[in-house]
Design a protein around this ligand. Structure first.
Ligand SMILES: C[S@@+](CC[C@H](N)C(=O)[O-])C[C@H]1O[C@@H](n2cnc3c(N)ncnc32)[C@H](O)[C@@H]1O
Length: 287
């Protein structure tokens, strides 16, 4: 049983907390109005939604709140993500599965959805499998992260020692080819064209812009501290995944910097660090 576990993504590409906490923020209820119009789904309908490449499950968790009448199934190839999601997120049917061979009958779902998955899966299989499992007239929603903005807090600037460490991690990221990551990147014009080429009609596009600036007064203390913690966990998991003999030393530097970041936030001493993510949403209908 255990030897069949696939844990490549969670161990070598992005860790559980990196994905879960960052997506919990991006799919927070306060941003739902940005997604709602583009999704254009009936909120009370008893529809069947399939999320593909769900990772640790944050989008599925939000979909469950946003569409209370829906039955949500979510699949991913990575066993660690699915175990985490099953343990922590009630109300969603999480399963291990491959986007190129969806384990469902033809015409099962009203909606398929994915977030930052298209670039990792061969296009004919990615669209073809979704088209196959959708009912006639079913909706395919593809969410794709585009280039955003990022500005680090002065108190979180990297020391020389950390810079050397991160550079060594970046070099090893060239190895991501061997984990088959991001082999099918597409531009903002190529994704909708690819969707049309693969049999979807009435294709529309739009953008959700999520501004994560802890010091902005529009955010509650809870939200601001969750932003800081998401950055912190992202840095911790990146260091850990490098399996370096410097791990303990670098983690201690990182932990103290984030303690300082939190202290400054709580004292009202603004740092104005910001991370603005731009998510492109492409919606098509099974023609
Ligand atoms: C960038 S992560 C995004 C995860 C999740 N959608 C999120 O936003 O947190 C890409 C995900 O796609 C999954 N994935 C990649 N190729 C896949 C495939 N062929 N079948 C199923 N999942 C796949 C990975 O395991 C990973 O969880």
């Amino acid at each position: 049983m255990r030897e069949n576990r696939n844990t490549i993504w969670s161990e070598h590409v992005q860790g559980i907390m990196t994905l879960y906490l960052s997506r919990k923020l991006r799919f927070d209820d306060m941003f739902f109005t940005q997604y709602e119009g583009l999704f254009d789904l009936d909120r009370s309908a008893e529809i069947k939604i399939l999320e593909i490449g769900c990772g640790p499950g944050a989008l599925a968790e939000s979909l469950h709140r946003w569409y209370p009448g829906a039955h949500i199934t979510a699949i991913d190839r990575d066993s660690n993500f699915i175990s985490f999601a099953k343990e922590n997120i009630p109300g969603v049917d999480f399963r291990e599965g491959d986007a190129t061979r969806l384990p469902f009958e033809d015409g099962t779902f009203d909606v398929t959805i994915s977030n930052t998955v298209q670039e990792h899966v061969e296009p004919a299989a990615f669209w073809g499998e979704q088209r196959r499992v959708l009912k006639p007239g079913g909706v395919c929603l593809c969410l794709s992260a585009r280039k955003g903005l990022h500005c680090t807090a002065p108190c979180l600037e990297k020391t020389e020692k950390e810079k050397a460490f991160w550079e060594s991690i970046l070099q090893s990221e060239d190895d991501l080819e061997k984990f088959r990551v991001c082999r099918f990147p597409m531009s903002e014009s190529e994704i909708p064209a690819s969707m049309e080429k693969n049999g979807f009609i009435d294709v529309i596009t739009g953008y959700a812009v999520i501004d994560l600036t802890p010091d902005a007064p529009k955010y509650s203390a809870d939200m601001a501290e969750r932003m800081i913690e998401a950055m912190h966990q992202n840095d911790i998991e990146a260091v850990e995944s490098a399996h370096s003999d410097q791990t303990v030393e670098i983690l201690s530097v990182i932990n103290s910097k984030y303690e300082e970041r939190l202290r400054l936030y709580r004292e009202g001493r603004k740092q104005w660090d910001t991370s603005v993510s731009i998510t492109m949403i492409i919606r098509g209908v099974k023609g």
